[in-house]
Write a protein that binds this ligand. Structure first.
Ligand code: FO1
Length: 323
């Protein structure tokens, strides 16, 4: 079996941790956003790929939920000596990954190959596929006229500026990464992780070939709402959804993604229990829907959520009718 997961960072990592409790990890293929990626001090940094690797590798910083546990910042302190503004924190262990990745990229090795080396080094059995091996980056265009890299917006500006629009620069020259389209077309189920619909899933689908593959796959496509009780679980989706004309609600995100039968990407949608009253609204869109506990602090909840997604996918595949 092949389970393809469209993945951003932390929410996707938590979901994947649950999914690998209910299906063999080596049957899971995560197609990961690379729009967050940036170059600092000549090093290529891939936050979403690294968050998932660290989470599934059991070495993620438990409080930050990104970066490494047991981290030190000796190099960062030395860099501050030269006046470098430490707005983007790079720990010593984290730098080890960036140094390896950057050295391999400099040898001409594609990001997808390096990503496979890194995840295997951390004992991660889930296959991690960058959405593209080509250089792309998410740009946030603020209403006060600035064009910020996503990390400048989210980390340096703390997500405060009002957002006019979000684009994936380099997308027009990019192609889907090796194995990405095949994984989507060959999957037995495709799951849209509870990641940011704009700067994770939106930027994934902006890579030429990916959205088409999601439209064409014979597999059922089931998503998990990243919005619970009208609010984000984590991050800044509530500030970005209005910029793409979407309502900040579980049903609003389902509407934004759209039913596959109507040209969108969803056959099914899993909402949190707190949004049970929105299930009928989602079904009226032609999207099969159910509500369960989706707060994945507890790995058992993540596993049950993954089970729910697969059960809904199986039901949709069998009936070909939304329930
Ligand atoms: N997030 C922060 O809020 N502050 C940071 O200084 C920071 C540094 C950082 C370094 C490497 C990395 O992989 C992630 C890092 N993040 C930081 C998190 C990052 O902004 C997010 O993981 C994603 O890009 C959004 O999901």
């Amino acid at each position: 079996m092949v389970y393809a997961v469209l993945a951003g960072g932390v929410g996707a990592a938590r979901f994947l941790r649950g999914l690998t409790r209910v299906v063999p990890a080596d049957e899971v293929v995560a197609i990961v956003n690379v729009g967050d990626d940036l170059t600092r001090f000549g090093l290529r940094i891939c936050p979403d790929l690294d968050s998932i690797t660290y989470w599934l590798g059991g070495v993620v910083h438990p409080d930050q939920q990104w970066g490494r546990a047991d981290e030190t910042h000796v190099v960062a302190d030395e860099l501050a000596r030269f006046g470098h503004d430490p707005w983007f924190t790079l720990g010593d262990r984290d730098l080890g990954v960036h140094l390896h990745r950057s050295a391999r990229l400099a040898e001409g090795v594609p990001l997808s190959v390096v990503t496979d080396e890194v995840r295997r080094a951390f004992g991660v059995e889930v296959q991690l596929l960058p959405a593209t091996d080509d250089p792309v980056e998410t740009r946030v265009h603020t209403t006060d006229g600035r064009d910020l890299h996503f990390q400048e917006y989210w980390v340096r500006e703390r997500g405060e500026p009002e957002v006019g629009s979000v684009t994936l620069s380099g997308a027009s020259r990019a192609t889907a990464g090796p194995g990405v389209v095949e994984a989507l077309l060959d999957a037995d189920a495709v799951i849209v992780a509870p990641s940011n619909p704009v700067v994770s899933v939106g930027t994934l689908l902006a890579v030429p070939g990916v959205l088409e593959a999601v439209h064409q796959t014979p597999a059922p496509v089931v998503g998990v709402s990243p919005i619970v009780g009208g609010a984000v679980v984590r991050g800044m989706a509530h500030r970005l959804l209005p910029a793409v004309g979407a309502e900040v609600s579980a049903a609003g995100v389902a509407r934004h993604y759209g039913a596959r039968a109507a040209g969108g990407i969803l056959d099914g949608w899993v909402l949190d229990r707190r949004d049970e009253r929105e299930v009928e609204e989602v079904r009226a869109l032609g999207i099969g829907a159910r509500s369960v506990d989706t707060m994945m602090d507890d790995p058992d909840v993540a596993a049950a959520l993954a089970r729910t997604c697969l059960d809904l996918a199986a039901e949709l595949a069998a009936d070909q009718e939304p329930t």
